[in-house]
Design a protein around this ligand. Structure first.
Ligand code: PCA
Length: 206
């Protein structure tokens, strides 16, 4: 059966959990629009993330690679439009791939995906870019990999806000947060809407 590869990240910095991991695990094995969801949880470590992900893409040849991560400053789901060829570490800024394009667009219709998440009652917006840390790294690396190979053809990234459960558990009472069940519903709706878009459905027909 055709597959969707859904990735999340492990907890990082001073977070005790990561909703992206919880949702990737919760949706693992379910079927959406004739596709089965295969999930992977990636370490928050430059290099190790793709070492784990690229062989999975090779093996599964998924129609869609959708990656998830936590953005604690988000107040709704961000459907990321752009990944930058830039990674920021303690040693400073450097390109993710020397000589690679400065930026790559998500290969999915970001505005339509955000609308489809809102349609199931979960707030979401198309958001300009995925930052300069691991979430941007995985998004750029996957999009770059797809450019060089023919399949899979759709890929993108959703940043999730904190879950209410996590905000309460970690004492982050002033942070915006959505219930984990709403985040899960939103990600499910995003996958369903992407699978309805044309396979070459990059934002600008890439
Ligand atoms: N969020 C971080 C890295 C892992 C995650 O879940 C980010 O936004 O880059």
């Amino acid at each position: 059966m055709a597959t969707v590869l859904l990735t999340g990240f492990t907890p990082f910095a001073d977070f005790s959990q990561n909703p992206s991991q919880q949702i990737a695990e919760a949706l693992s094995g379910i079927r959406i629009a004739g596709h089965v969801v295969e999930s992977a949880v990636l370490p928050v470590e430059f290099g190790r993330d793709v070492e784990l992900l690229f062989p999975l893409i090779e093996r599964l040849q998924p129609r869609l690679v959708l990656s998830l991560g936590l953005a604690a400053t988000a107040s709704c789901i961000w459907v990321e439009r752009i990944a930058l060829n830039l990674r920021q570490t303690n040693e400073g800024e450097r390109p993710i791939i020397a000589g690679g394009p400065p930026a790559l667009f998500a290969r999915l219709p970001t505005d339509a995906v955000a609308r489809s998440i809102c349609d199931v009652g979960v707030p979401a917006v198309a958001h300009v870019f995925a930052g300069t840390y691991l979430c941007n790294h995985i998004m750029y690396q996957v999009l770059h990999q797809i450019e060089r190979k023919t399949a899979p053809r759709q890929a993108g990234f959703l940043h999730l806000p904190l879950s209410v459960e996590q905000a309460l558990a970690e004492g982050r009472m002033q942070s915006s947060a959505l219930p984990l069940s709403h985040l899960e519903k939103g990600v499910h709706a995003a996958i369903a809407s992407i699978l309805q878009a044309p396979v070459d459905g990059g934002q600008f027909g890439q």
